[in-house]
Design a binder for this molecule. Structure first.
Ligand SMILES: Nc1nc2c(ncn2[C@@H]2O[C@H](COP(=O)(O)OP(=O)(O)OP(=O)(O)O)[C@@H](O)[C@H]2O)c(=O)[nH]1
Ligand SMILES: [Mg+2]
Length: 305
């Protein structure tokens, strides 16, 4: 641990926003390394994940959560619930939006959660994807969003080009309470390797498959072990909802499954700096997105209402 001054700051920052605004990408950019799965399709993140960034003057603990949205499944309900719980436990709540898009119903739902987080919580408005917005339009867009949450301090960033990231860090540090660090310097996330592996397999499936199939998919890691040859052996099951989806995921001559496996394995090797042997299976679990018991077995803390 570094010597911490009495003014050292530390705290939790929740990123709340509708799916696909770039929350996980922003956490990766703030961290300076990939810790979270990202994809071009909404509802990539399915569980809470911490990104712990330790600087000489402050420790920022980013809480990446599933995107908040109007739900259609019990899974959606569990995702929203996770996002809500995240907000209640933090020091700073950020409403994150896509500056290149108009506010949608899902954006407003996220805004309401942030608004209702209580007056005592510090609030930020993060306008992401400004690389897609012309400079002349930025101020007006910022004002349009800020009107929807006037108590929040607005910051414009691009998680992809890193524009505005330093200003965002400064704004966050200002809002953090004086507090000793919560985590050791070398800790960067709270997820276990096997959970990250499951996310990377889903990320790969999201990249390779059409929209509706990966959303109907859950990944379970069955084995994760170091072998004597130095490779890490990972076996996972991809659950889908229908036989037809199983066929799509496997593909002709198992081509699709191979493609999903290869890119997931490469991401896993990059992140963990080790050699991986990855084996994937596909199974049908009918209607799992609406099955609370299945969701619980996958680790969703799903509450009965
Ligand atoms: N142009 C541009 N694209 C971005 C930026 N940040 C994120 N993206 C893209 O937006 C898409 C969604 O990013 P994610 O980080 O997965 O979004 P998320 O908010 O975590 O989404 P969920 O996990 O589904 O809630 C990806 O294709 C990213 O590459 C940005 O600053 N500029
Ligand atoms: Mg995400």
């Amino acid at each position: 641990m570094n010597q911490q001054t009495p003014e050292y700051k530390a705290g939790y920052i929740a990123l709340a926003g509708r799916p696909n605004v770039g929350k996980s990408t922003l956490v990766n950019t703030l961290m300076g390394q990939k810790i979270a799965a990202v994809s071009a399709k909404p509802q990539t993140t399915r569980r809470r994940q911490l990104g712990i960034l330790t600087l000489p003057e402050a420790q920022m603990i980013f809480v990446d959560a599933p995107g908040i949205h109007l739900q259609h499944h019990k899974l959606g309900e569990a995702l929203n619930q996770t996002a809500e719980e995240v907000i209640s436990d933090v020091d700073v709540v950020a409403w994150m939006v896509d500056a290149s898009a108009d506010p949608s119903a899902d954006d407003l739902q996220a805004r309401d959660l942030v608004k209702n987080a209580g007056r005592r919580k510090k609030k930020l408005l993060i306008l992401n994807k400004i690389d897609r917005v012309q400079k002349e339009s930025r101020q007006a867009i910022m004002e349009q969003y800020n009107k929807l949450l006037p108590e929040a301090r607005p910051v414009m960033v691009s998680a992809v080009s890193s524009e505005g990231i330093e200003d965002l860090q400064k704004a966050i540090i200002e809002l953090l309470p004086v507090h000793p660090s919560y985590y050791a310097e070398d800790e960067i996330t709270d997820l276990y390797e096997r959970e990250i592996a499951a996310d990377l397999i889903r990320e790969s499936a999201l990249k390779h498959l059409r929209e509706e199939v990966p959303h109907a998919m859950a990944v379970r890691i069955d084995e994760f072990k170091e072998r004597e040859d130095g490779k890490t052996y990972v076996a996972a099951t991809l659950f889908v909802e229908r036989d037809s989806q199983k066929g799509i995921v496997i593909g002709q001559g198992a081509e699709m499954l191979k493609r999903i496996g290869t890119s997931a394995r490469m991401e896993m090797e990059k992140m963990g700096d080790r050699s991986i042997f990855l084996e994937l299976r596909v199974k049908v679990a009918k209607g799992w997105r609406d099955d609370p018991d299945f969701l619980r077995r996958l680790g969703f803390e799903f509450k009965k209402k």
